[in-house]
Ligand binder design. Structure first.
Ligand SMILES: [Zn+2]
Length: 159
């Protein structure tokens, strides 16, 4: 991907964010993010912490709509969000730092601090990281191929 395509891609990511998190004046936003917290899995003390966290954020000037139902506490990170912004970033290959479009190879590693996933553009780049990780005493736990293909900027209609 050359520099222009990359910039197109970054613009596209920004555009998707703007579509998703349209301002309050937007009559019909396309969607929003919600933190859907399962309170039934928590002890009383932990549930209290969730409400405390909301209160502390509000005191810090960060607020959003919230609600409860069916054992869940919802934080609506939508147009009601004030005092913070939702930031989206493109996914980059761990090895070559190219933005990932279409197929993403997720490698599952454990480098001694617990398992975590890293994205790669190709099996070859994942293999490079696997060799590096295992040489350093880490473990490669497996991989998963995911097709992200949304609407890449190159297919986007000209405005
Ligand atoms: Zn790569």
């Amino acid at each position: 991907m050359d520099r222009k395509d990359y910039q197109d891609y970054l613009n596209w990511v920004e555009e998707q964010k703007d579509n998703l998190y349209a301002p309050a004046s937007h009559p019909r936003p396309n969607g929003w993010a919600r933190l859907h917290i399962d309170m039934t899995l928590m002890q009383e003390e932990q549930r209290r912490k969730v409400y405390e966290a909301e209160m502390l954020l509000r005191e810090a000037g960060v607020s959003f709509d919230n609600g409860s139902g069916s054992g869940f506490r919802d934080w609506e990170l939508d147009w009601s969000l004030e005092g913070a912004i939702i930031e989206t970033r493109p996914l980059l290959c761990k090895v070559c730092r190219e933005p990932l479009l279409g197929h993403v190879y997720w490698g599952d590693f454990d480098k001694g601090h617990g398992a975590y996933m890293e994205p790669f553009c190709s099996p070859a780049h994942m293999e490079q990281e696997r060799i590096k990780a295992t040489a350093g005493g880490g473990m490669f736990l497996g991989m998963e191929l995911v097709d992200l293909t949304p609407h890449p900027p190159l297919e986007k209609e000209q405005q």
